[in-house]
Design a protein around this ligand. Structure first.
Ligand SMILES: Nc1ncnc2c1ncn2[C@@H]1O[C@H](COP(=O)(O)OP(=O)(O)OP(=O)(O)O)[C@@H](O)[C@H]1O
Length: 576
């Protein structure tokens, strides 16, 4: 509720307008039965048709004002709601932008999507009801009770007798629905996760003829979601008729005893009619408020999930006042670095790693899968922070940098070439927002992309589908490389970024890169020995430990693991 209120008060003017409309609407709604009673008891009884006419005109005018107030209330509510959900989503998005990889791992990408879409929608729906009915109904209820008491104290006893039952029912319903709402949202998370995995991995699923299995998996989760939703709907569906039953009993009792009082002459017909009207308002307000209240547990679960995103602090503490300028540009030093993924402190994936790389040098990393190569290079742009030791760039600990300034020094090419929808040009602009035509041509030329881009009908303006699925793996890798080259960074980090290239393109690209990076530091993670054998320094990793460091020639003699890897890939002549 705190979260919702925080967002609602940001729209002060609309909130005040909302209250004004609610208040006006109540006065009008409750004024009508009194006019009706006067019309009957004074006008009709005394056959004063002029009085009846005047009252009738007043009732029409007031009804029109009421309708206008209602329209305005809907309009103000909708506007406010939209603003609230937009700012809530903006804040969540901004918060997520600062998350380190750890927070994404922890909360889950699918869950974050559900929270930004469905949870925000649930909160919006609830707020919509709350703004429209949450204030109106209690006020209407209290005012109606006052009018009821004014009209007939004896008949009002039936209303007061019914209220505790209604109240108990609402509280019970809220208690029962909360765990069900939690379960429903959790199942929705799962559903989204499977859907996301399936849609993005469609080709793999088809290639492994796994459609049936995946269908079963989806069906299972979908059924679980359905079960939790059905339970919730059943609860609400049973509650409504139960409330109406109680409502009708109260009404029947009032009409029964009211009719008796008219017969005895202690009550007038007009008064009974207006009394019934007020009771209807009171009970209907109560029911409407109850329906808002019943929506609350579900919205509270969603609000809690949103709050969690907003409250999650990145484990990478940014330092906005951090260093932006350094004397040198591109010197990397790892000093006794140990790293364990958050939550797995007892089993570090990098242990006591030290090395240095200077501008103009190429340092390569090789080792079996899972040996920690990608993890190690992700410590340079601070995707994760080291557990022990230090990573220094140009003599400054990466933690002391202004994060943007640090990352601007680095051209990072991830293992999986991730591209975005838009054109080739848009994707390259990610590397340098103000890139000129010369910059594009240069980066594409170095990345060996000129030929395939010129074959595209629209050249640089060729659009990319989601995930770049209309480009081949090798083409995507070259675009990802061009995206890094275009910013001409001091440090290049290639995380197995040549794996999808054929041997010839791989060799030409590296040759070209060597020429262009004489003043940059190049780090390359690779599986292929041919990709890294020319490197100035090769670091061999095995289960997080450095087991060899040197040139290709040196390592063939000094490092058994390197020799094994090389001999499995190179011919005898190349090894000699
Ligand atoms: N986000 C993560 N959370 C927890 N553990 C992880 C995470 N990412 C990787 N690991 C673990 O860390 C270890 C090193 O993984 P890493 O990706 O660095 O290996 P790699 O040498 O780059 O492997 P490959 O050559 O297959 O890409 C592995 O045991 C892996 O399971």
């Amino acid at each position: 509720m705190k979260l919702m209120w925080e967002y609602a008060v940001r729209q002060k003017k609309l909130l005040v307008l909302n209250f004004f409309c609610v208040f006006g609407f109540i006065i009008i709604e409750l004024g009508l039965p009194t006019l009706l009673a006067k019309m009957i008891d004074v006008g009709v009884r005394n056959k004063d048709w002029q009085y009846v006419k005047t009252m009738g005109i007043w009732m029409i005018v007031i009804t029109i004002i009421g309708v206008l107030m209602n329209i305005m209330l809907t309009f103000v509510g909708a506007k406010m709601n939209n603003r609230i959900i937009v700012s809530m989503r903006d804040d969540m998005f901004e918060s997520m932008q600062h998350f380190s990889h750890h927070e994404y791992d922890q909360l889950g990408v699918s869950s974050l999507i559900t929270r930004t879409t469905n949870d925000a929608y649930q909160v919006m729906m609830f707020l919509g009801m709350l703004l429209r009915l949450g204030f109106m109904t209690p006020m209407m209820f209290m005012a109606s009770l006052y009018m009821i008491m004014r009209e007939s104290v004896s008949l009002s006893m039936f209303v007061f007798l019914g209220i505790p039952f209604l109240l108990a029912g609402v509280i019970l319903l809220a208690k029962l629905s909360e765990p069900l709402s939690k379960k429903q949202q959790h199942n929705l998370d799962k559903l989204n996760m499977i859907l996301r995995e399936n849609l993005s991995g469609l080709r793999v699923i088809r290639a492994f003829v796994n459609e049936k299995f995946e269908e079963g998996r989806f069906k299972n989760v979908n059924e679980n979601y359905e079960k939790s939703s059905t339970k919730l709907f059943k609860l609400v569906a049973t509650a409504q008729p139960a409330f109406y039953f109680l409502f009708n009993i109260i009404m029947v009792l009032i009409i029964w005893f009211g009719a008796k009082q008219i017969e005895l002459g202690s009550l007038e017909l007009g008064k009974l009619l207006s009394f019934i009207e007020y009771v209807f308002h009171a009970l209907f307000s109560f029911m409407l408020f109850a329906s808002v209240f019943m929506m609350y547990p579900r919205a509270a679960v969603s609000a809690g999930r949103i709050q969690e995103v907003l409250d999650t602090k990145s484990s990478i503490q940014e330092n906005p006042e951090g260093i932006t300028q350094t004397e040198t540009n591109g010197v990397i030093e790892f000093k006794n670095v140990t790293f364990a993924y958050p939550g797995a402190a007892e089993s570090p994936v990098i242990r006591n790693v030290s090395f240095e790389a200077r501008p103009g040098e190429t340092v390569a990393f090789i080792g079996s899968t899972g040996s920690g190569k990608s993890t190690l290079i992700q410590l340079i742009p601070r995707f994760y922070d080291v557990s022990e030791g230090e990573v220094l760039i140009d003599g400054v600990n990466v933690k002391d940098y202004n994060l943007s300034a640090l990352r601007e020094k680095i051209g990072y090419i991830p293992q999986k070439a991730l591209l975005f929808t838009g054109t080739i040009r848009d994707n390259l602009r990610f590397g340098k927002s103000d890139a000129t035509e010369e910059d594009f041509a240069y980066a594409i030329d170095v990345a060996q992309g000129t030929e395939f881009i010129s074959q595209k009908k629209l050249g640089l303006d060729e659009p990319l589908s989601e995930g770049g699925s209309n480009f081949s793996g090798g083409q995507k890798q070259r675009l990802a490389i061009a995206r890094a080259i275009i910013r001409r960074p001091a440090i290049y980090v290639f995380d197995d970024s040549f794996s999808a290239l054929d041997y010839k393109t791989d060799a030409t690209l590296r040759k070209r890169l060597k020429k262009e990076t004489t003043e940059s530091t190049v780090l390359i993670v690779a599986q292929r020995v041919s990709t890294i054998m020319q490197a100035d320094k090769i670091i061999v990793l095995n289960e997080g430990d450095v087991v060899g460091m040197g040139t290709h020639r040196e390592l063939l003699k000094t490092c058994d693991i390197y020799y094994d890897i090389a001999s499995s890939q190179l011919s005898k002549e190349e090894l000699a």
